[in-house]
Design a protein around this ligand. Structure first.
Ligand SMILES: *Cc1c(COP(=O)(O)O)cnc(C)c1O
Length: 225
């Protein structure tokens, strides 16, 4: 009999299994795919629980929300925090202090602001591959200039690209976006690709994801913030 609710340990095992199978299908090493646990909206305690189970990389969307959790996160060995939500340049100082990786750099101005903090920071460029007005991200034509700006910032280390396709229940609908992101990364000689979430991580891994960002499949449905 299936228990009514799975524990975090069981859900983590299931996600790791999905990653392993998708990696195997695409002849990739699962160790090359980072599982980023997306903890937005959940309390600091869930980060602690996930850390106890061996997770080290955590994704958060909102500066203010994460700032509220930080005092409760002391002593989590090796934890790395990634900002995966849109960042306004007036909040860049705070962001550079709180996070190890900013996955959502989408303008030269923001890159220069993050660089001012003079703390080494890993960054990814958020690329917008759909026409949706509500989404942030740089368009593919803006990338050469943006990459140049980031490379001119001595405190920033450029890892690669991240993207978020238009929402669809059908994971296959994400495939063309993931494929396009990989092509862009190849064109620009960048090694890392942050793409794929709870519902489409297999497709993302088949298309070359090096980081999948998983919330719901680990922690359950989020209440509206
Ligand atoms: C919330 C969020 C996720 C996690 O989505 P799930 O469907 O809950 O796995 C991944 N990436 C970004 C940018 C998000 O905002």
């Amino acid at each position: 009999m299936q228990p009514a609710t799975l524990t975090l340990r069981e859900k983590l095992a299931a996600v790791r299994e999905r990653i392993a199978r998708a990696a195997e299908r695409s002849r990739r090493n699962p160790a090359d795919i980072l599982l980023l646990a997306v903890t937005k909206v959940f309390p600091a305690d869930i980060i602690r629980q996930a850390h106890d189970l061996g997770l080290r990389d955590f994704g958060e969307n909102y500066i203010q929300e994460f700032e509220g959790k930080v005092p409760q996160l002391g002593g989590l060995d090796g934890a790395r925090y990634h900002l995966i939500g849109h960042l306004q340049s007036n909040k860049s100082k705070k962001a550079a202090e709180l996070f190890h990786v900013i996955q959502t750099v989408d303008s030269s101005k923001l890159a220069r602001r993050l660089n001012e903090n003079a703390r080494p920071l890993d960054v990814m460029l958020e690329v917008k591959l759909s026409g949706e007005d509500a989404k942030s991200g740089a368009s593919p034509v803006e990338l050469p200039e943006l990459i140049g700006s980031v490379r001119a910032c001595p405190h920033l280390r450029l890892l690669g690209f991240m993207t978020m396709p238009p929402w669809s229940e059908d994971a296959e609908a994400s495939r063309p976006y993931f494929r396009r992101l990989r092509e862009l990364a190849e064109t620009h000689g960048l090694p890392q690709l942050s793409m794929g979430m709870s519902h489409d991580l297999e497709v993302a891994i088949e298309e070359g994801a090096t980081c999948v960002r998983v919330g719901t499949a680990l922690f359950g449905k989020r209440k509206k913030a």
